[in-house]
Design a protein around this ligand. Structure first.
Ligand SMILES: [Zn+2]
Length: 262
C-alpha cells in the first residue's frame, strides 16, 4: 500500500474511534438517567431532565455529556447545588468501554453487541451500588438481548447459552444457600442472564474473574479499615466486571490457560 492510502486509513480509523467514544458519552448520559430513575420506578422519558435539588428543568447546555459538568464546575446553574462527579464518570466510563470494544472488534455486529452489553453492565453496576438491587426488568432485557444478539453474531451457540444460564444461575444459587445471605437473589438471576451472553464455558470464566476481583477488593477494604467485617459489599459490580472481561477476552484467556495443560 502506498503511504497516502495508509494515512487515509489511519485517519479514518481514528475518526471512527472518536465517533464511537462520543456515542459512548451520549449513551453514558442516558444511563445516568436510567440509574437514577429506574430503581425509583420513574419514567425515563417524562418529565425531561431536571435538577434533583431545585427541580429547574435543564436545557441543552446543561446536558452536554462531560462538557456541561466541566463548564458548570460541578454545580447546578440555577441553585448551585453540587452535581456529583459520578455523572461525568459514568459518561467517561461508557465512552471508554465503547472505545475498547471498537479497538477489539472493529466496526462489526460483534462490536454493536458488545456495546449493548457494556451499557447493561454500567447500569446494573451503579444501580446495585446505590440500592443493592438488580432490577428484574433489566435482567429480562439483558437475557433476551443476549439470546438474540449472540445468536445473530454467532458468538455463542443456542444450547451453549442455556447451559451457561443453568450453570451460572445454579452455581450462584448454591452459593446463596451456603452463604445464607452473603449473596442475593438478584445475583443468582444476574448470573443466569449472563449465561446467554457468555455461554458455556465462558460463564464460568466470567464468574471466576468476578469472584477474584470481589475477593481482592473486599480484602483491601477490610485491611484499610474502609469497611468492617459486617458491612455489605454488593457483588453485582464484580460479576459485571468479570462478565465484561470474559465477553471480550474469554477465548484468548481460555486458550492461554489450556496451553499449559498440553
Ligand atoms: Zn438546581
Amino acid at each position: 500500500m502506498s503511504e497516502e492510502i495508509i494515512w487515509l486509513f489511519n485517519i479514518g480509523f481514528f475518526a471512527a474511534g472518536g465517533f464511537v467514544f462520543l456515542l459512548g458519552l451520549a449513551i453514558g448520559s442516558f444511563l445516568n438517567v436510567c440509574i437514577w430513575r429506574l430503581p425509583r420506578e420513574e419514567s425515563i422519558i417524562r418529565p425531561g431532565s431536571h435538577c434533583p435539588a431545585c427541580s429547574s428543568p435543564l436545557g441543552i447546555r446543561d446536558l452536554v455529556p462531560l462538557l456541561s459538568w466541566l463548564f458548570l464546575r460541578g454545580k447546578c446553574r440555577f441553585c448551585a447545588a453540587k452535581i456529583s462527579p459520578r455523572y461525568p464518570a459514568v459518561e467517561l466510563l461508557t465512552g471508554g468501554l465503547f472505545f475498547v470494544t471498537y479497538l477489539h472488534y472493529g466496526p462489526s455486529p460483534a462490536m454493536i453487541a458488545a456495546m449493548v452489553f457494556s451499557a447493561f453492565m454500567v447500569a446494573i453496576t451503579f444501580i446495585d451500588l446505590d440500592h443493592q438491587i438488580i432490577l428484574d426488568g433489566m435482567l429480562a432485557l439483558l437475557a433476551a438481548s443476549g439470546l438474540v444478539l449472540q445468536l445473530a453474531t454467532g458468538a455463542v451457540g443456542f444450547w451453549s447459552m442455556w447451559l451457561g444460564a443453568l450453570v451460572g444461575g445454579g452455581l450462584l444459587l448454591a452459593m446463596a444457600i451456603i452463604s445464607q445471605g452473603g449473596m442475593g437473589g438478584g445475583d443468582v438471576k444476574f448470573a443466569a442472564a449472563l449465561g446467554f451472553w457468555l455461554g458455556w464455558p465462558g460463564i464460568l470464566l466470567g464468574l471466576f474473574i468476578g469472584f477474584v476481583a470481589g475477593g481482592l477488593v473486599s480484602l483491601l477494604l477490610l485491611v484499610s479499615g474502609l469497611r468492617g467485617r459486617k458491612d455489605f459489599i454488593p457483588f453485582g459490580p464484580f460479576i459485571a466486571l468479570g462478565a465484561w472481561i470474559a465477553l471480550l477476552y474469554g477465548k484468548q484467556i481460555l486458550a492461554w490457560y489450556f496451553s499449559f495443560l498440553v
